[in-house]
Design a protein around this ligand. Sequence first.
Ligand code: ATP
Ligand code: MG
Length: 561
Amino acid sequence: MSEKEEKSLNFIEQIIEEDIKNGKNNSRVHTRFPPEPNGYLHIGHAKSICLNFGLAQKYNGTCNLRFDDTNPVKEDVEYVESIKEDIKWLGFDWKDNIFFASDYFETLYQYAILLINKGLAYVCQLSAEEIAAQKGTPTQAGQFSPYRDRSVEENLQLFERMRNGEFAEGTYSLRAKIDMASSNMHMRDPLLYRIKHAHHHRTGDKWCIYPMYDFAHGQSDYIEGITHSLCTLEFEVHRPLYDWCLDNIIETQYRPRQIEFARLNLNYTVMSKRKLLQLVKENLVSGWNDPRMPTISGLRRRGYTAASIRNFADTIGIAKRNNVIDVALLEFSIREDLNKKALRVMGVLNPLKVVITNYPEGETEWLEAVNNPEDETAGTRQIPFSREIYIEHEDFMEDAPKKFFRLSKGGEVRLRYAYFITCTDIIKDESGNVIQLECIYDPLSKGGKSPDGRKVKGTLHWVSAPHALNSDVRLYDRLFSDESPDAEGKNFLDSLNSDSLQVLKNCKLEPSLADAKVEDSYQFERLGYFCLDYDATHENPVFNRTVALRDTWAKEQKKQD
Ligand code: ATP
Ligand code: MG
């Protein structure tokens, strides 16, 4: 039995299995992922995608991709395309089941006419402000609109004139006639349609009235034959309206059911598309796919794999109560994945030149290095060694304390896969900065093996200077320094971390990285996981650090155990 099957069912799976057992909706399972094309998808959407497509897979059902494109003002074809690409990249396939709520505008219009005919909807001439002012409070009933008791004929006529574009925005709306005293504010004669003289990215100028989410969503579910309509908890209070619309519109036995689950919240992250859009528009990041963004395209560019995101979604599971997940758990899931897959290489980010004075000038030696100790099939590669190499500046210290096991004057260290070296001299510039070291090597320590049992404590990564690939490297930190940047009363822009991007120039990488391809991941030994960035060129490679190696999450877990 696989790990997955051993896991107990989450509450949605329990509902589904019960429905299948009872033959509800002919025991079909049909879910949908309904993004609004008003931004790029983020990691929260990834949770919803994994859930909806995952359930369809598990129960031999279908998952639709439905663009919830009922608001013409904020939507764009660019977003539609990016959403499709992100879902595919995550590893899911909607096959032929791609739909647009805008394709149902005519049907929805007919449903609205049905409600008018039943005396359950009316055309209201109050402004948005007046409607809000008359809504009452949860403990106090609202007031009836003066237009509530228009005749069916008058409503039909006015609704048609709304459709025909005879009225200005904000002057007329269609409202459901439900209950102005309901304890649920959403049931107090909610808006079903509003006028928007706006161009729609699919229907063009055909419509100037647009259905509200509450009127479009459940009916779209119905039209598509959805059985389980999964949404986040904020919609729990909308459910009575979801059911009210269907109760009054449809006559079949088949019925979709809305089920709410807790949205994904991550600390140190904002997830609202509106706020992400603001970061993009104000050039606070380089775009939707900036590697610091919590978008799927940003994570992808940062070096996250689809498998790591799916595993993350699986690990956090499905809950009924809102909570905040530690972003360290997301980092843990990418480390776990890359630890198994990523080839190990050596790169020096902050280079310090070392001349090995007893090594022959002009000679190159090729040494064997292990590609991935976690994966024997990954094999080995040859790396060049020569008289001049680079080590990490931080791996040398002039006045080293006792516990400093890296290089200092007179001290000996191992160069990984190469030789033992001892520092004999320090070369400084006029201001006293160390700019180069002279060392001698022990020819008998080839492969980094001790020739006589003597021990060295430190092992350093290095790169041969004449062979090194020059590269930019981008290091990332959290985009926000506040754990909850958009908590109430806070402006998320106030906690933007000004050090979230660090660009290092002239890093020295082992020459095998000249063949790196976008989305290949590498572990730079001792430094973290890296991948080639999209805007790298052959002449000017750029690597992104996906995540550092230090794994605070695993350590914390250990402490807690
Ligand atoms: P945002 O609040 O970020 O703008 P949204 O809910 O308006 O997101 P939609 O495009 O309407 O974005 O969402 C598509 C689907 O993804 C919906 O079913 C929604 O419930 C789900 N979803 C959105 N955000 C999250 C999240 N953080 N966690 C889980 N599911 C989410
Ligand atoms: Mg939404």
